[in-house]
Design a protein around this ligand. Structure first.
Ligand code: AMP
Ligand code: MN
Ligand code: MN
Ligand code: MN
Length: 275
């Protein structure tokens, strides 16, 4: 049976609650899903609770944002221990960093003559670590842009005037953080944005990377082929998922991009907790 290993809830920038996500996944007949919110594990327990009477497994996961070549690079972590205090403390720190970055974006927008309040963004985020998606939604609400995409293409996207590089976390530190939580580090959607060099892959692998997310809505056939080759050569787990958010940018339904349950077994085997 298929599994979807990349799903966001409204604990980060997804539209649906963890409970709603679980129901959708169950209706899609998935055997397992991984909740992989940006820099937070806050949706996981709720999803696990919601899944109790359903025939679906919830994999505790995370998607960490790191910085690479002035843009961001994402590392997924599977089977992270969500009770590990050092891990949770670092996530809180990352969340504070996101707030500071939001202030910088507001300042840049201000200089462009656009006024937007931190308070409004905080309300929209509703305790989730603030992403540009929340800022974009606020910009739609107050009438600065018509749709969220416009906030990225005109202002906050890479190279645009109100762009602020994401976190200060280095990709290798993101891997370390997932390992600290006994999780399995996997490179998320390498085909998106900046070109990932072979040197980077090698550095990540040496640091403990265990997999590559190959099946993703934004990957081309050519990229799938290229990354599969790298994964096989380096004995890495080949993962995939929909990167479900439930919004207009990410139109695919839960389970649209999936892999077989065998991948879950590989991830379990690779995680320290399950060995
Ligand atoms: P951040 O982690 O703060 O850099 O925010 C990035 C998030 O914004 C991503 O995880 C996407 O969910 C969302 N996003 C990125 N690009 C776009 C876009 N062009 N339109 C709408 N949402 C986007
Ligand atoms: Mn997102
Ligand atoms: Mn991502
Ligand atoms: Mn994602």
């Amino acid at each position: 049976m298929p599994v979807d290993l990349h799903i966001h809830t409204n604990a980060s920038d997804g539209v649906y609650t963890p409970e709603e996500v679980v129901i959708q996944a169950s209706k899609a007949s998935l055997e397992a899903i991984a909740i992989t919110d940006h820099d937070t594990i806050n949706g996981i327990v709720r999803a696990q609770e919601a899944a109790k009477n359903l025939n679906i497994e919830i994999i505790p996961g995370i998607e960490l944002s790191a910085k690479y070549k002035d843009d961001d690079l994402h590392i997924l972590g599977y089977y992270v221990d969500i009770t590990k205090q050092e891990f949770l403390a670092k996530l809180t720190e990352l969340c504070c960093g996101r707030k500071e970055r939001t202030v910088k974006i507001i300042y840049k927008l201000h200089k462009l003559g656009i006024k937007i309040d931190l308070e409004d963004i905080v309300k929209i985020a509703n305790n989730a670590p603030i992403t540009r998606s929340h800022i974009a939604k606020t910009m739609v609400n107050v009438g600065i842009v018509k749709i969220k995409e416009e906030a990225f293409s005109k202002y906050m996207g890479f190279g645009k005037p109100a762009y602020v590089a994401p976190m200060t976390l280095d990709p290798l530190d993101a891997i370390k953080l997932i390992l600290l939580a006994d999780g399995v580090p996997v490179l998320a959607h390498p085909g998106i944005r900046n070109e990932k060099s072979m040197d980077l892959f090698n550095e990540l692998i040496v640091s403990g990377l265990r997999g590559i997310e190959i099946y993703h809505p934004e990957h081309t056939k050519k990229q799938i082929k290229q990354y599969t080759k790298i994964a096989k050569k380096n004995n890495l787990i080949i993962t995939g998922g929909t990167d479900f958010h439930g919004d207009n940018k990410h139109l695919h339904k839960i389970g649209s991009f999936s892999v077989s349950y065998k991948v879950v077994e590989e991830l379990k085997y690779a995680s320290k907790k399950h060995r």
